[in-house]
Design a binder for this molecule. Structure first.
Ligand code: PMP
Length: 340
């Protein structure tokens, strides 16, 4: 393998991994795209690189300029590493309720953090609106200007998946992909991958896996944005049709409860050496549902978005799970036993 010029060329080109138990249970081949192997350890590195490249091409950002984004984590980490290599600074506006692990990871990726109270999108003080205003203010005061990355409504996000994720899946399966399913946060991964897979493989079935508390499942099945319940997963679920979702429609939609997603997260950790975050669990649950709907013999691909380490104090904390009436796997708390 040739040396990489910078860490940026290590973004993308992730392997597909066969998920043994899910495949055996359904009689299908279920493959997870290992996005946790990106340099920033998540699928969002692809969007971050694409957003920065697009801003450079459109001359929206100048050398030494500041990239501002409202994000609860992964996009900020991706932007911070892209910005470091390309010579920009990063300011991340984050709801103060986010985990300390995430805040620390953002700082270690080189970002400056501005913490704001967690309020809904309809409130003008929501972190996304606060980030936009901060970008406008910094554009006027910073000598090299500032740029608002705007991951939800900037379609350079979706374009990353049109150009890379979809073609990589088509190629790695030798064109044999029958179904693709994932959750949506900004919707960039789902809508972008769907766009390129539908062009490369007419007839491919595209499905949304939606957590509780998201309005998209109701929107695609009944036509009205309506959210019910809640989820401990992070980075997914959406209450509106973002610009990245405009023009997109899934062929199927599944509403996945946390208990179903967590069963996959813990099973994959214990039995298949895959240490994953909650959104990957929603995705694998969606892949199992889609495989059952398509029937045995099909190939279904989903996204393994990020790793468990980012959620150690939550998803993998028995007290946190118990407080929410979520199952704690017995092996999680097994005493280590006496040393010989
Ligand atoms: N999983 C995780 C852990 C994420 O951080 C995100 C990004 N918000 C997603 C899934 C969803 O990706 P997208 O924004 O492309 O819909």
């Amino acid at each position: 393998m040739k040396p990489h010029d910078t860490i940026l060329s290590a973004i993308g080109g992730t392997p597909l991994i066969r998920l043994a138990r899910a495949s055996e249970e359904t009689g299908c081949t279920i493959l997870g795209k290992a996005e946790f192997l990106n340099p920033g350890l998540s699928v969002k590195d692809r969007a971050a690189l694409s957003i920065v490249r697009d801003a450079e091409a459109r001359e929206l950002i100048r050398p030494g300029g500041t990239i501002v984004e409202g994000t609860a984590g992964n996009t900020g980490i991706g932007l911070a590493l892209v910005a470091a290599v390309r010579g920009y600074r990063t300011v991340i506006v984050i709801p103060e309720t986010q985990s300390d692990e995430k805040k620390q990871t953002l700082r270690l990726a080189g970002a400056r953090l501005v913490e704001v109270p967690a309020v809904p999108f309809s409130n003008p003080n929501n972190y996304v609106h606060a980030a936009r205003r901060l970008a406008e203010a910094l554009a006027a005061t910073e000598p090299a200007g500032a740029f608002f990355a705007d991951q939800f409504d900037n379609v350079a996000n979706r374009q990353a998946h049109v150009e890379t994720t979809g073609p990589e899946i088509f190629e790695a399966t030798g064109g044999a992909v029958d179904g693709f399913v994932c959750a949506a946060g900004t919707g960039g991964t789902l809508a972008g991958t769907a766009q390129s897979l539908r062009a490369l493989k007419p007839g491919v079935t595209i499905a949304l896996a939606d957590p509780e508390g998201s309005a998209l499942h109701a929107y695609y099945t009944d036509g009205a944005l309506k959210a019910e319940g809640s989820s401990i997963t992070e980075g997914i679920g959406q209450g509106r049709v973002t610009r990245n979702l405009e023009g997109f429609r899934p062929d199927r939609s599944y509403r996945i409860p946390d208990t179903e997603a967590l069963g996959h997260v813990f099973g994959l950790m214990r039995e298949e050496g895959l240490s994953l975050g909650g959104s990957s669990g929603i995705n694998v649950a969606g892949a199992v549902r889609l495989a059952r709907d398509l029937g045995p013999g099909h190939t279904v691909v989903t996204i393994l978005c990020d790793g468990a380490a980012r959620y150690a104090s939550k998803l993998f904390n028995p007290a946190f799970l118990r407080e929410r009436n979520l199952p704690v796997p017995s092996w999680f708390e097994e005493p280590p036993g006496a040393l010989p």
